[in-house]
Design a protein around this ligand. Structure first.
Ligand SMILES: *Cc1c(COP(=O)(O)O)cnc(C)c1O
Length: 396
């Protein structure tokens, strides 16, 4: 650690609220799929700022669009229209199979919007403000009080009660567990199509298809959180598209802006009409800078056929990871979809994360025993090989 780096850490620790346990690494710049620290040391990045930098670092087309918009107009307020955000909503709705989109500043706020749609939809149907939401155990939906209330991890909730009322939890991929929680007050069922922080568990096809059927039969909203698994990461633009179903409400964030903070919730059919003028708002939502970023991201996805690339390179990654599972008894399982993969070990993996950094590789965890790999979607096979080589030297 050079003096400058340690000064940065000292300042941050002195003035930033102590909510994060950070690694003693000061990142300075990024280029392609590599990050550089303040000493100029290079890191192959398999974390992408937690599934954010889908296009890697320094994509020229993206940077130009965002810089130009920065010079033109950054904010308008919601009293007025602007073209970048209008175009972004159109492109996003079409890509997601949704009718209407609301732009937020983060994933957490996208979840808040989904919760409000569920409550309002039920209220309009019954005249009663008592709609229940069924969420999943081991889920993660964010840290605001609403998003925390639907996050099925008591360790995050414990000290912050009381949570929102009328929230129930069921076991992910267990249809009977969900059915046992349904009542005539059930307004919505909320799940991550692929659970991220909870351990890289994709929904099974049977589970999601059956949920869709139940929701159709009982006029319950199916709400998919695509904040981490969406935007091409699984080899489909949105993960639910791999299952042949469309939710009533969906959320996005993380890679949506590729670094510009923005999220979205979107809905179709009657659910899209639940929120009316005055029902919801946010000052910075629909701002033209974030709109421009979304447009650039969705344009580049289409022009560079990013989703096809993910299909190809993720097949290679899966093959390499499966070979590791085969070879080393201490790895229990590989799980995930596309470029959202987890390796579950029979022991804690934090020392691997630290050692990988020393060896110039950034990887993430998901729970104590799981290595999470969520690289930029533009990685190539050679980067997979480099990552596997470093991983293997640590495991062996
Ligand atoms: C990261 C994440 C969130 C929260 O998004 P923020 O932008 O951090 O507020 C919600 N749901 C899922 C599945 C996530 O991975």
């Amino acid at each position: 650690m050079n003096k400058h780096a340690s000064e940065t850490i000292k300042t941050a620790d002195e003035y930033f609220m102590h909510t994060y346990n950070r690694y003693p690494l000061v990142l300075d710049r990024g280029e392609g799929v590599y990050l550089y620290d303040e000493n100029g040391k290079k890191y192959l990045d398999f974390g992408a700022g937690i599934a954010v930098f889908a296009l890697g670092y320094g994509n020229k087309q993206y940077n130009d669009v965002v810089k130009n918009q920065m010079d033109k107009l950054v904010h308008t307020s919601n009293y007025f229209y602007n073209k970048p955000s209008a175009d972004a909503c159109e492109k996003f709705a079409k890509a997601a199979g949704m009718d209407l989109v609301f732009l937020t500043n983060s994933g957490t706020e996208a979840i808040e919007g989904a919760i409000k749609i569920a409550r309002k939809y039920y209220f309009e149907k019954t005249g009663k403000a008592e709609g229940e939401i069924i969420a999943m155990n081991h889920s993660f939906h964010g840290r605001s009080m609403g998003a925390l209330s639907v996050t099925g991890q008591p360790k995050y909730q414990e000290a912050f009660g009381p949570m929102l009322s009328n929230i129930k939890f069921a076991d992910f991929n267990d249809i009977e567990s969900v059915k046992s929680q349904i009542t005539d007050k059930t307004a919505a069922i909320l799940l991550e199509t692929v659970q991220g922080e909870g351990g890289l568990y994709p929904a099974t096809k049977d589970f999601l298809v059956e949920l869709r059927k139940i929701c159709d039969e009982q006029d319950i909203l199916l709400m998919c959180d695509e904040i981490q698994c969406g935007m091409g990461r699984t080899g489909e633009m949105f993960a639910y598209q791999a299952y042949g179903i469309v939710p009533d409400v969906m959320t996005s964030a993380k890679a949506l802006g590729c670094g510009i903070p923005v999220g979205a919730f979107a809905a179709r059919g009657k659910a899209a009409l639940a929120l009316k003028p005055g029902d919801h708002g946010t000052t910075y939502g629909y701002n033209p800078l974030a709109g421009a970023a979304i447009n650039a991201v969705l344009d580049i996805f289409e022009e560079e056929k990013i989703v096809n690339h993910v299909k190809e390179v993720s097949a290679y990654l899966v093959q390499k990871l499966d070979a590791l599972v085969e070879k080393y008894d201490c790895i229990k399982e590989r799980r995930g979809m596309g470029l959202m993969q987890g390796l579950e070990f029979d022991h804690p993996i934090n020392s691997y994360i630290v050692e990988a950094q020393e060896k110039g590789l950034i990887i993430l965890g998901a729970g104590a025993n799981i290595i999470r790999l969520v690289p930029p979607l533009v990685i190539e096979k050679e980067h997979v090989d480099q990552m596997i080589e470093i991983l293997e030297t640590m495991i062996a």
